[in-house]
Ligand binder design. Structure first.
Ligand code: ADP
Ligand code: GN1
Ligand code: MG
Length: 349
């Protein structure tokens, strides 16, 4: 869908409900696909991030409870995190992270390693979050089998009349159905552990500062999951040579030296990983990238109701880049497996 439009009165009322009345400017901010995000400037010189949570996607009360628990727990530990200034569903106000920036494409292997370390530390920091279990914000979020079911349903319903134009894309997915259940099955059988994970580790969800410090943001999907999905989504976004919506597919591929930096940055911090998890790190990159591609294609078939789009073919373009990334990772699979094995051996030693 396109961006929702808000009146000045709506934005002012949301800010007033959270105690801010001296705003001098409120403007759209960032390139997230889900929430409506604004940067707020005030007469005091203090800046904020104002967000309207996407109420079509998130159960609002559960989301608020999860976010408050996670941010308060991290704060009590002395870990820099999002600072919640106000939360009045569906609106919330975060302190603006001054001095940090987010990027949509990783520009150096060092940046990839830093981001990987940040998400590994995030998982580690939350490992001892006291009971109860965090709410499952979007059940079966990364379950590829379920995502295939939703794709099949969208193709059968064909509400937007786009099915006949995506036969090649559907065939690409069909050729890879056998791999879909692997991580879900391992989780079910207890072969890999459930952990509290971020579940949306794309590169623009970590804010970086020039001195290498960082803050993990976009905590909406922080819930029980697998470390493999978190690592896989980093491979998807942090090794990509081009933007998620690049139209020129000759520019889209997974960069081996970035993959290596990612693996090393992750393993150095994620000392908690089991052997079974390590053995599936390279595979997880291919699987999550296929899964996100399936989700873009599904949304295209459904008429663009989930991800924010800027033009009619946007979700299809995004599906194409994901499938090209999958092909690139498949072509380098042997090499990627070797990189993980070598790094695991060295970092353990
Ligand atoms: P979405 O769920 O739509 O992706 P995010 O929470 O990721 O929304 O926010 C979108 C973008 O806004 C981020 O990629 C980041 O650039 C910026 N952003 C979010 N929170 C902050 C913050 N506290 N300080 C500065 N920038 C932020
Ligand atoms: C969405 O919110 P954002 O833009 O960081 C999506 C992720 C996808 C990503 C693809 C809640 O992330 O799952 O991987 O787009 N978030 C949700 O870019 O669905
Ligand atoms: Mg985001």
């Amino acid at each position: 869908m396109g961006s929702r439009v808000y009146t000045r009165e709506q934005l002012d009322a949301a800010l007033a409900s959270m105690g801010v009345t001296d705003q001098t400017d409120v403007s759209r901010y960032g390139s997230g696909h889900i929430n409506d995000t604004f940067k707020v400037e005030t007469r005091r010189g203090v800046r904020y991030i104002l967000q309207r949570v996407n109420t079509d996607i998130f159960p609002q009360e559960m989301l608020k409870a999860n976010i408050l628990r996670v941010t308060q727990f991290l704060k009590a530990k002395g870990v820099k995190s999002l600072e919640v200034v106000g939360y009045e569903n569906p609106w919330r106000l975060y302190a603006f992270l001054e001095g940090y920036t987010s990027v949509d494409i990783v520009t150096s292997p060092r940046e990839a390693a830093l981001a990987a370390g940040a998400f590994a530390k995030f998982q580690n920091d939350l490992a001892d979050l006291p009971a109860p279990r965090l709410g499952d914000i979007i059940p079966r979020f990364h379950d590829t089998v379920d995502r295939l079911r939703l794709l099949d349903e969208a193709a059968a319903a064909d509400v937007a009349g786009r099915r006949s134009g995506v036969s090649a894309e559907l065939a690409f997915v069909d050729a890879r159905r056998d791999e879909a259940a692997k991580i879900v099955k391992m989780l079910e059988k207890g072969e890999i552990p459930e952990r509290i994970t971020h579940n949306d580790t794309k590169i623009n969800n970590v804010m970086l500062a020039p001195d290498g410090t960082n803050v993990v943001i976009d905590l909406d999907t922080t819930m029980p999951g697998s470390a493999l999905y978190d690592f896989g989504d980093m491979v998807r976004t942090s090794t990509a040579a081009a933007a998620e919506d690049e139209r020129d597919l000759s520019k889209v591929y997974s960069r081996k030296e970035y993959f290596e930096a990612l693996v090393r940055g992750y393993l150095a911090e994620a000392r908690f990983l089991t052997e079974a998890e390590k053995a599936n790190l390279a595979f997880s990159g291919r699987l999550i990238t296929l899964t996100i591609g399936i989700r873009f294609l599904t949304d295209y078939l459904a008429g663009d109701t989930y991800f924010r789009t800027a033009y009619p073919e946007h979700n299809l373009v995004r599906a194409h880049t994901q499938f090209r990334m999958v092909e690139s990772m498949e072509a380098q699979a042997g090499e990627y497996e070797r990189i993980v094995r070598t790094a695991s051996g060295e970092i353990r030693a």
